[in-house]
Design a protein around this ligand. Sequence first.
Ligand code: ADP
Length: 295
Amino acid sequence: MSSAVQLQHVYKFYNQVPVVNNLSVEIHTGEIFGLLGPNGAGKSTTIRMLTTLTRPSQGQVTVFGYDVTRDQFQVKRRIGVVLQQISVDGDLTVWENLELHGRLHHLPQPHRQQQINRWLDYVELGDRRQDSVKTLSGGMKRRLQIARALLHQPQILFLDEPTVGLDPQTRRRLWEIIRDLKRLGMTILLTTHYMDEVEYLCDRIGILDNGQLIELGTLAELRHHHGEGLVMHQAHSDGSSGDGDHTQNRWDYQFFPTLDAAKQYLEQQSDKTGMLVRPTNLEDIFVELTGRNLD
Ligand code: ADP
C-alpha cells in the first residue's frame, strides 16, 4: 500500500505553544481518512500544513513524496481543497468560478472546458452554469466547491467539515459523491464532527486531542480496542457530588470486550434498574478518550 500523505514528528507552534505536537501519521493512497477531534485539537492546522497554507515548525510533511515546504508547486498540483472558510465567489456565475480556477491552474483549452463540463455534470450543476453563485443553495455551493477542487485533477482531496450546515438529504447526496470519488481512485482526507459521516465514509480514523494523535485505526479496530459492548448505568446525582444542588440524571458507561460480555454482566446484576446494554459506537469511544462530545 503506497502512502499519499506522510507526517513525521510534526510540530506547529503558535506563541511557543505546540498546537500540533509530535504528529506522525500516514494516509494510504485510495483511502478515505477521517480526522476527528474536539475544537482546538489541531485539525485545521494539520490540513493547513498539508495544503501549504502554513509551514510546519518542525518535522516532515510530504504529499505523494513531495515536501510541503520545499516542493510547494508539486504539492499544489496534486491537491484539491475544500475549506470551510474559502468560499466560491458569489458575484460570479458557476461557470466563471470554474473558468477562473482553471486559468489559475494554467489548464489549457480545450482541456479546461472539458474538465469544467465534466465536473459540473458530475456534481449535477450543469444546468446552473450561467447562474450567479449567490442564487445557489448551500448544498449546491458546496458541490460547486468540490467541482472546483477537482478541476485540475488532483490525487488527493481535503475536505474540512464538508457537510456542516447542510440538511440531511443534501448531506446524503454529498456522501454519495465522496464515496464515488473514492471509487474513481481519489484519496480523501476529511474532518468532521458527525459520527454517522465517519461510519458511512471513513476507512480509517485518527483522533486528535491537544495536537496529539490519541487513536488511529478502522472503526472495527477502535471498537475492538476499547470494547465492543457497553453497559450504561443511569446514575442519580443528588447534588452532593458538586454538580449543583438540583437532582439530575447522568449516565455512567462501562466498556466490555464483547456485547455478550456486557449482556452477561447485566444478567448477573440483581437490580437491573436504570441499566442498558448496547454495542459501542464511535461517539462512546470519542467521549471516553477526550472527555467531550463530538459536537
Ligand atoms: P481545530 O481545527 O481542531 O478546531 P485548530 O487547528 O483550528 O483546531 O486550532 C488549534 C489551536 O491552535 C487552537 O488553540 C487555536 O486557537 C490555535 N491557532 C490556530 N491558528 C492559530 C494562529 N494563526 N495563531 C495562533 N493560534 C492559532
